[in-house]
Design a protein around this ligand. Structure first.
Ligand code: HEM
Length: 356
């Protein structure tokens, strides 16, 4: 870590005003002024603040999630009805559930855009390889949170998602035991997925986020590949940058609030075993063709392959070049994968409205 300013030993400059004195007093004990590290001017826009926007979406998910958990029962017999009761009878229950749903979409999209921003500017290159790995793990956890959240509502869509998952678990042999009744017959899989969704996954994201933010502070925000380093670049303290991120966050809260009121997510009836009539949320559509060509277990292989490839990006692309124009192979491969995933997703959206 970089050397922190000596808070208590250095003679403090004379301060006026109650607010200043309070900040100084808190700083002396908590070192909060270490947060005022320099952020370059080129980072003062939305594209370079997408990580912060992702963090805001995560906070909305935590707050709305804590609220709706008060009304949810993670037991197969009553789970679906408890979600209906939440929507119909709990105070702002429908709004809270809807906000949770839309914040999940927002977190996924902004994390993906943040990843793409970091990729296009090659901000993952030395010394930020470790932070790219931490980011990839958070992205994988976001994906898992979307999956477990889909199962929790225990309608046909959630049930089919779980059925696929059990098929994939078989492929993992001993490692897949967590998804089977072999681990314990006493605790239903739904309850274990609930634990994963509300404790394990968000807990891991929180721990990784602290590490992610500390590494950003240690390495500073990367320079802009198109702006030659002169040593005279203008910067502002991170605390000022944070105010900008908070403003973007407020816009996000407003937009999600409107969506939550106007477009609430549906909940289907209790599930029927042995049929396949729904399709999962859109971020899972891209592996439909693999399932059709190579069977359901291929899903595990393609997801593993894609996330492994993302994780390895800094170790595969080791040249110091950072301008996208000079990284034709990396940009070409990324664009190819992105276009293929987008094309499959649009194809499923148009031609496969009721599942497969
Ligand atoms: C999923 C939740 C994530 C959160 C909450 C998050 C948050 C942040 C924040 C607040 C920053 C500071 C700069 C900015 O806002 O752009 C940042 C930077 C960074 N993030 Fe993330 N991030 C996440 C995911 C990812 C992913 C998926 C990757 C890549 C695989 C990644 C890689 C990086 C890197 C390398 C930096 C340093 C960028 C630079 O110095 O220009 N992050 N992240």
């Amino acid at each position: 870590m970089t050397a922190e300013p000596e808070a208590s030993d250095s003679p403090a400059a004379p301060r006026t005003g109650r607010w200043r004195r309070m900040v100084d007093a808190v700083d002396e004990r908590m070192g909060i002024k270490a947060l005022a590290y320099p952020v370059p001017e080129h980072a003062n826009n939305l594209t370079w603040s997408l990580g912060g926007v992702t963090a805001v979406a995560f906070v909305i998910l935590l707050v709305s999630g804590i609220y709706i958990t008060q009304y949810y029962t993670p037991i197969p017999e009553t789970a679906n009805q408890s979600v209906r009761d939440l929507v119909l009878h709990a105070w702002i229950g429908s709004f809270a559930r809807s906000l949770h749903f839309w914040a999940a979409q927002a977190m996924f999209v902004s994390a993906l855009l943040h990843l793409l921003r970091v990729f296009v500017h090659a901000s993952y290159k030395r010394p930020r390889e470790g932070n790219w790995v931490v980011g990839t793990l958070m992205f994988l956890l976001t994906y898992l949170a979307l999956f477990t959240g889909t199962v929790l509502k225990w309608d046909q869509e959630g049930f089919e998602a779980l059925a696929h998952n059990l098929d994939v678990a078989k492929l993992l042999g001993g490692l897949g035991i967590w998804f089977t009744t072999k681990l314990t017959e006493r605790v239903p899989i739904l309850l274990r997925l609930f634990n994963a969704h509300v404790v394990i996954i968000p807990g891991l994201i929180l721990v990784l986020f602290v590490l992610h933010a500390l590494l950003v502070k240690r390495h500073r925000i990367s320079s802009h590949p198109e702006i030659p380093a002169t040593g005279l670049e203008v910067s502002e303290p991170f605390t000022a940058h944070l105010k900008r991120v908070a403003a973007f966050g407020l816009v996000l809260v407003g937009a999600l609030g409107i969506l939550a009121v106007l477009v609430p997510p549906v909940i289907g009836p209790t599930p029927v075993d042995g049929i396949e009539i729904t399709r999962p949320p859109w971020m899972f559509w891209w592996f439909f063709p693999f399932e059709e060509w190579f069977g359901v277990t291929s899903i595990a292989v393609v997801i593993f392959a894609l996330f492994a490839l993302i994780l390895l990006v800094p170790f595969l692309d080791r040249s110091p070049r950072r301008r996208w124009q000079e990284r034709k192979v990396a940009m070409g491969i990324a664009l190819g994968i992105l276009l293929a995933i987008t094309a499959i997703t649009v194809e499923v959206w148009i031609n496969n409205p009721k599942g497969h």
